[in-house]
Design a protein. Sequence first.
Length: 183
Amino acid sequence: MLHTMPIADILRHREVVLGTTLAGTERNIDSRIYHSNSGTVGLWDRLEIGWAHDYEKTTSFSVKALLFENERGAVSAGVMSWRGDAIDPYVAARLDRGWFRLHLGWIRQEGVSRGMIGFDADLGSGWTLMADHLSGPGSFTWVGFATELPGLAGGSITLGLGIPSRRPDGFQGSFNVSYGFRF
């Protein structure tokens, strides 16, 4: 994932990423801080399975399959936010362009088809700049940074700012700590 956009990249066989996230909206719109945890496991260099739990009694699942990959990019398809009968299918592509990677795709969320576009760029010294946008009603553009967690190999921190397409929806923010390893 970038901030909200699923991407074509996939964890390799027996790779795992566990994370916890704090997120919120402008206090005058929603004063609550939401907390969630998630995990993703890569299998056979072609498949990912994952879960997310929001501590509000909602657990969702995800599945992603790598369809194509070469030195210039990749294409994957999957589903996310799978909760009973609710499911968000998507297709995502990655184009490698030297110092940055371009991400494009389509997702269907709550009956609405949305285009997706994003990028990530290596800024050096362990820092990555990320941005993504999902089109359609209630859309947000997210911008943020990720960096390695000092002193913990496999650890990372991601900070993000969500900019609404409609000002009344309010700015959003997120903070994620994750840890990746191979078993």
